[in-house]
Design a protein around this ligand. Structure first.
Ligand SMILES: [Fe+2]
Length: 228
């Protein structure tokens, strides 16, 4: 049975293994093999965003809820990662650096109960293809928020430092129904309208006063704002 504190302890212990990445993959795989237990422990996803479950210099654990139809531009992590899906679907597109900036070299679609390891040098873009929130546990072998990283313009593939303060707009679709009503452990695509949102980062101490915000998240550092 998935328990948040136990999972953190297990991940910390796994860091001491000779192959910490593989050990954490096993933990994540086991966790998402019982998606209902993850939802029971972390709560049913009601808004899109990032909840930091644990953060240290050598380990970050995130509960990441991708908004319906959200598209996240190419980026790297510069640390190993494990992604496990406990509800919904996530499409990964992988890239390699090339003379033109980036060249696509593969895709991988993850569904509920899937867990994959990502290497330190991976560059990927992520899409939630569904009209509901996709819930995922992301574990990183370092401090995900403070590490220097790159991102690429999705049209020109121009590399630039990851700018956590001013993200380029993400494309999302959402039904007019509430996100909670859309949440299902299974997943079924439906019709949705497309809207443009901007994701901005806020420090934990900063007050969020923008009334146009689409969703204010409580324990994380992102605000998703309607652009058009
Ligand atoms: Fe990523």
């Amino acid at each position: 049975m998935f328990e948040k504190d136990r999972f953190i302890e297990d991940c910390r212990a796994a860091l001491k293994e000779s192959n910490a990445h593989a050990a954490i993959r096993e933990l994540v795989e086991r966790a998402v093999s019982e998606p209902a237990q993850v939802v029971r422990a972390l709560g049913e996803p009601k808004v899109s965003g990032v909840d930091t479950i644990y953060r240290a210099d050598d380990l970050t654990i995130l509960n990441l809820c991708w908004g319906p139809r959200m598209v996240f531009k190419p980026h790297d992590h510069r640390m190993w990662a494990v992604i496990g899906i406990y509800g919904g679907r996530e499409q990964n597109t992988f890239f390699r650096r090339s003379e033109s900036g980036l060249t696509q070299h593969g895709t991988k679609e993850l569904s509920t109960r899937d867990a994959i390891p990502l290497g330190k040098s991976i560059i990927h873009a992520v899409t939630n293809p569904l009209d509901q929130i996709t819930g995922a546990i992301h574990v990183y072998g370092g401090d995900f928020f403070s590490a220097a990283r790159s991102e690429w313009d999705p049209k020109t593939f121009k590399e630039q430092p990851y700018d956590i303060e001013d993200r380029t707009p993400c494309v999302l679709s959402r039904k007019r129904t509430s996100a909670s009503a859309q949440w299902r452990p299974g997943h079924k695509a439906g019709r949705a309208r497309t809207r443009i949102f901007r994701i901005r980062h806020y420090s934990a101490t900063e007050q969020i006063t923008d009334r146009s915000n689409y969703q204010r998240l409580t324990r994380h550092r992102y605000l998703i704002t309607l652009v058009s």
